[in-house]
Ligand binder design. Sequence first.
Ligand SMILES: [Zn+2]
Length: 299
Amino acid sequence: MIEAISESIAKVVGAQKGPTIVVMGGIHGNERTGVEVVKKLAYQFEHSEINLASGVLYLILGNPKAIERDTRGSEDHADLNRCFKRDVLECIPETYEQTRAQEIAKILATADISIDLHATNKPSVPFLCCAVDEAHEKIYQWFDCDRVLADPRYILGGEPVTTDEFIDLNGGVGICYETGQSKDLSRIDEVLSDVRDVLRDQNMIAAMAPSPFEGEGGGRGVTRSVYELVSVINLTEAGFRYEGTLGGGSFEEFTSGQTIGYIGDKPVVAEFDGVIVFPKIPELQTFGKPVVYLAKKIK
Ligand SMILES: [Zn+2]
């Protein structure tokens, strides 16, 4: 039985006790694969194509206003996935994103697991953004990608700010899955199947045929490299430009000593062998905020 509990938030309750899982898409409104996966899952529960045997499942379209605008936030430079931090969650909300974060955080605080589906603005292979340990791997093993980006020092937001960081702090297991580039809608059915595999693995979905994607040894049977965020290049009034062809997409490699780009005329020289991640498209660049992040392969 699926029930709408508030704007773009649906709840499915299983007959038996079990874990509480949150599946989210559209925390960033232009990242459409996650939006479609959440809609399709809701449709399948509504039409009893799948039934929840146990536990509680929340299906959330994160930022309905941004989804309607087909933009990252409800207004320029608004970012819901930087709002899951204490001062925002405890404030009297002044913006749409703050209101929405408070509403979603209440649900996340009750959950054991969250799966937040995102996509990148520049080209990228699919990758996971989350903590790396056995509990997280048990969930993300079902997603078909060969790398995980961890951020144990909170380089991304300076403190825990994302849905996965918030639920981790509350004792749950948070996963963020970057499904590829936001314009690429070719993976919707595959990602939907992956999410269903997580539910099946948690014994929440009644007996189904084995997943067509299951690999040897459980999950997708994929070996994953682990990267960690190390540092950030902030945009200043001096401006920033990349050296050469760098800046096209996440996971472009650089080597120690290489000039990555220039802040004004001043070269930014890499201090380690690494990759760039989340290079910002010009529309999303803001003075004083990150223009690109640097990460290092650790495993
Ligand atoms: Zn996103």
